[in-house]
Design a protein around this ligand. Structure first.
Ligand SMILES: [Zn+2]
Length: 278
């Protein structure tokens, strides 16, 4: 699955919204002015120009984390640059009890997303039970060391393609005692393994055993024996036909090339996926 490429306009609107909100804010107490510093720089995954530009915009609006926390306390939604726009949402938000927390919503790596989406599509009449089983599965995959009690599995309404339901992780951390942007990274360090797992497919590999694990939980998890892709018969455009999520034109298994009867075709055509019904 590809990245969305329309992040610039979305970000520009976001920043304009934050600037408008900031001008309506009462003056804040003097705070130490720090140079813009990406709290997640140590992860080595944030090297895109628009990501850095987004940080420049944030620190232009909120020179310090204290300023941003005060903004959030005043009811502003402060959105921080995510590692991949649309798949990671980082915010400072005021909760119902009046506390300001850092909240990150993360989509798992694309292989896991495809697997989860196909399983959800394969249970059209039983979404609540299916989501509960997938939630248990995803919670079990949280890397060790991450404070599990602070992580939950949520639906991702805006992630990827809205045609497919998506589940992801969300965690909240208390950051109210911090003042400077460079304090944010160390305060959230315990969650770095979860972020890395979501970014890197080697973190949580989707292999044949993963499908078996889901089937043991009573879920219809179907893998093509040839191309290894997760399959669904509940694709919105191909209901009743077993396809992978990328098969926009119908079943298209790259590992099952049809040669054509009697040499009629001059090119080889991707054929249906192959799997054992269970
Ligand atoms: Zn296949």
């Amino acid at each position: 699955m590809g990245k969305k490429n329309n992040s610039t306009s979305t970000k520009a609107k976001k920043v304009a919204r934050q600037r408008r909100a900031a001008t309506n804010r009462p003056p804040v107490s003097p705070a130490p002015l720090m140079a813009a510093e990406d709290p997640w720089a140590d992860l080595g995954v944030e090297d895109e120009d628009d990501y850095n530009a987004a940080w420049d915009d944030i620190t232009a609006t909120y020179p310090t984390l204290l300023n941003a926390l005060e903004g959030a306390q005043a009811g502003e939604v402060v959105e921080l640059p995510g590692h991949d726009d649309g798949y990671s949402l980082r915010q400072l938000v005021r909760t119902d009890d009046g506390k300001v927390v850092f909240r990150e919503t993360l989509a798992p790596d694309s292989d896991v997303r495809s697997l989860v989406a196909t399983v959800l599509l394969n249970h059209p009449g039983n979404q609540a039970r299916t989501e509960a089983a997938l939630t248990a599965f995803l919670l079990e995959k949280i890397p060790s060391g991450v404070p599990r009690g602070q992580v939950e599995v949520v639906r991702l309404p805006g992630a990827d393609d809205a045609l497919f339901p998506q589940l992801g992780y969300q965690y909240e951390a208390d950051v109210q005692h911090l003042q400077r942007w460079d304090e944010l990274g160390p305060a959230l360090e315990a969650f770095d393994p979860l972020i890395l797992e979501c970014l890197d497919s080697s973190g949580m590999e989707v292999v044949t055993e993963t499908f078996a694990e889901l089937r043991a939980r009573g879920l219809r998890a179907v893998q093509c024996e040839l191309c290894q892709e997760p399959l669904t018969d509940g694709h919105p455009d191909w209901s009743g036909v077993w396809v992978s999520l990328g098969d926009l034109g119908g079943p298209s298994c790259e590992q099952n090339l049809l040669r054509g009867a009697g040499g009629v075709y001059s090119i080889m055509v991707p054929g249906p996926h192959r799997f054992a019904q269970n």
